[in-house]
Design a binder for this molecule. Structure first.
Ligand code: PGA
Length: 241
């Protein structure tokens, strides 16, 4: 129970994360996943796709998963937005149910966020949520300052989050995001937090060994009853033993 940390080499990060995901999901009859996007989980999805292709695992029991966030973009098929990400990294996994996603072109974005949050709750809540961590400690688009009771919402992205996103979006980096709230994320029965690379070392320490508070939303994971963390050696470098 509590937070368990596994540190692996960069080469085995995807496979280790995949193994952990299957372990976490294994106890549920029809697992409902929350899916992160970003650079971090790509090796996990690739490893999962490979294992399914080889017939080593099947996701047939899994329910259609939920994307945990989305950029507000006027073109839902923008190559840097999540629809394109899931088309590449999730739908490419043989025999998976399509991911349920926020519609960033909805006329009423706050209502769109609320509706997705309600859909998660009506489905019984997430069994396993896959999370990355922002360099500022955000979880999905729950930026620093977000309270733990926050439900799914339309949110303003911080300068740091926009700076990371600009690597793909360039000058047209979105200013807003749609996200499950900390409420729906922390209510997941099991959490898989992933981080790799030296750029995450500082925030990993802050989140896992610093004080718990909304200035670092990922720190709330310290109080989650069942949180598994997979790090590569660089991301784990500053953790105290
Ligand atoms: P990254 O993003 O995986 O692209 O580093 C993580 C996050 O912002 O949650």
């Amino acid at each position: 129970m509590g937070v368990r940390i596994t540190v692996v080499s960069p080469e085995t990060f995807g496979l280790a994360a995949c193994r952990e995901l299957l372990l976490l999901a294994g106890r549920f009859e029809a697992p409902l996943l929350g899916l992160a996007t970003g650079n971090t989980p790509k090796p996990l999805y690739e490893a999962l796709a490979e294992r399914v292709r080889l017939g080593e695992v099947s996701l047939a029991r899994f329910q259609p998963p939920f994307a945990i966030d989305e950029y507000v973009v006027s073109d839902a098929d923008h190559p840097c937005a999540n629809r394109a990400f899931f088309a590449h990294y999730w739908s490419a996994i043989p025999a998976t149910c399509p991911a349920q996603q926020f519609d960033p072109t909805a006329v009423d974005l706050p209502t769109e966020a609320t509706n997705v949050g309600s859909a998660v709750e009506e489905a019984g809540g997430l069994d396993v949520v896959i999370l990355g961590i922002g360099v500022n400690g955000h979880l999905a688009f729950n930026e620093p300052g977000t309270e733990r009771a926050q439900r799914a919402m339309l949110t303003t992205l911080t300068a740091q989050t926009r700076a990371s996103a600009s690597a793909c979006f360039g000058a047209a980096t979105p200013t807003h995001g749609l996200t499950l709230g900390l409420a729906e994320i922390l209510a997941a029965r099991r959490v898989l937090l992933l981080a790799n690379g030296a750029g995450k070392a500082e925030i990993v320490v802050r989140a896992l060994q610093g004080p718990v508070g909304s200035d670092c939303p990922a720190s709330f994971l310290q109080e989650h009853p069942d949180c598994s963390v997979v790090l590569d050696a660089a991301a784990a470098a500053r953790l105290s033993p």
